[in-house]
Ligand binder design. Structure first.
Ligand code: FMN
Length: 178
């Protein structure tokens, strides 16, 4: 399914007591979506299963964040990340995602799993939205895609390094500071 959805500029919300859950195969194609995922994203389960997870990608998200996500999970580590997603309606919704690799009993990597909850608004507005806007600005200033990603990734990882903690620890320290 081609994603022809345009951002509406309107934000959608979901209850803080609930989790948006999905699972993917090794290529990031959706293999499971819970009811809340379908509801918030505005797709039926049948429309989601088999689609790339980028079906809900929002154009405001810097590519560097997804590079960091994939570099982390492909090396069998977990990551926490703030993500702005886009529903079928074009509305956006922010999530705080925990993405983990899934292993078979023999240790083989078989796919990925993500649980998302409502993000902390204070952190989102004071740290994440300005950071992502800056990384996106840097990415957009490069006409060459590869250079854009490299420059965005450098800006993102420099920011993390300047905080003297890893991205996971960064989001946790932001969470505990809020
Ligand atoms: C388990 C899992 C969950 C993901 N969740 C999201 C998500 O909620 N939103 C999103 O835009 N990308 C998500 N991604 C990343 C997408 O696979 C993809 O890298 C991203 O949307 C960027 O797509 P693009 O490289 O086609 O621009 C997830 C990936 C995995 C493995």
């Amino acid at each position: 399914m081609a994603n022809k959805v345009q951002p509406s500029g309107r934000e959608s919300f979901f209850p803080a007591s609930e989790l948006i859950v999905s699972k993917t195969d090794l290529k990031g194609r959706i293999t499971y979506a819970n009811r809340l995922f379908c509801k918030v994203a505005g797709y039926t389960e049948a429309e989601l299963i088999g689609q790339p997870h980028s079906i809900i990608r929002h154009p405001d998200m810097p590519r560097a964040v997804f590079k960091l996500l994939w570099d982390t999970i492909e090396t069998r580590r977990e990551i926490f990340a703030y993500v702005k997603n886009m529903a079928h309606s074009g509305n956006h919704y922010w999530v705080f995602a925990h993405v983990t690799p899934s292993f078979a009993a023999d240790g083989t990597l078989i796919g990925y799993h993500s649980n998302r909850r409502v993000p902390n608004r204070k952190i989102l507005e004071s740290a994440i939205i300005p950071l992502y806007a800056e990384v996106l600005r840097i990415e957009s200033s490069h006409p060459n895609g590869k250079q854009a990603l490299a420059a965005g990734y450098k800006a993102l990882t420099d920011f993390v390094a300047s905080q003297k903690v890893g991205y996971d620890e960064l989001v946790f320290s932001l969470e505990s500071a809020a």
